[in-house]
Design a protein around this ligand. Sequence first.
Ligand SMILES: O=C(O)CCC(=O)C(=O)O
Ligand SMILES: [Fe+2]
Length: 225
Amino acid sequence: MIGFRRSRPDAKDAPAHARVGERVRARLDADPSVYRLPVDAIEIYGVADFFTAEECARLIGMVDAVARPSPTYHNNADSGRTSYSGDVDPDDPFIRMLERRIDDLLGIEHAHGEVIQGQRYEPGQQFRAHFDYFDTSASYWPTEEGRGGQRTWTAMGYLSAVEAGGATEFPKVPISVPPQKGALLVWNNMARDGKPNPLTLHAGRPVEQGVKYIVTKWYRARPWY
Ligand SMILES: O=C(O)CCC(=O)C(=O)O
Ligand SMILES: [Fe+2]
């Protein structure tokens, strides 16, 4: 029953999501600064030194200013999160500059991107396995559908090196990406056919030593507001 209910919006939107996937993939594949991780299950890319050390330091200060205990439940991407999180000021000129740079890397119009969200994980804190895409059979879906629809691509930047733990893990692929200061990780939450790709299940593993800072930007299928 659940499968049947969720299949309708997913099938309806699949062609549009597939077109976005194709466009972003072509752009990333043509960019020599972008490295495609050699896996078939998901489309995932890395960019080393996307943020300079100065930018990381400035962003960390901004994350510290907004980070609060994460809500225990808001939508699927917020459940199971014990880190501190918060949205940075989208009107800050420094943030606008970084957003333009991420938008340009992916070739997705600025209006589709949600506000950059910052997170700080202290030892023992984690983000349990989850999907970034929305469950279209959930009660929140009509609201999310009305404000941009599905989360297609995710861009996530590491602002600090972590002494131990804190890897971003995709257990179904499987791959595990240790935090690398300044690096940006980008992946498509949709499969080639434009439907949500369950192989994108991922987690921020518990930090064991050090403090992990990241920024995440989720892109919607349509303009977000
Ligand atoms: O902390 C991580 O490595 C994962 C973060 C994440 O999944 C997210 O922000 O959606
Ligand atoms: Fe996530």
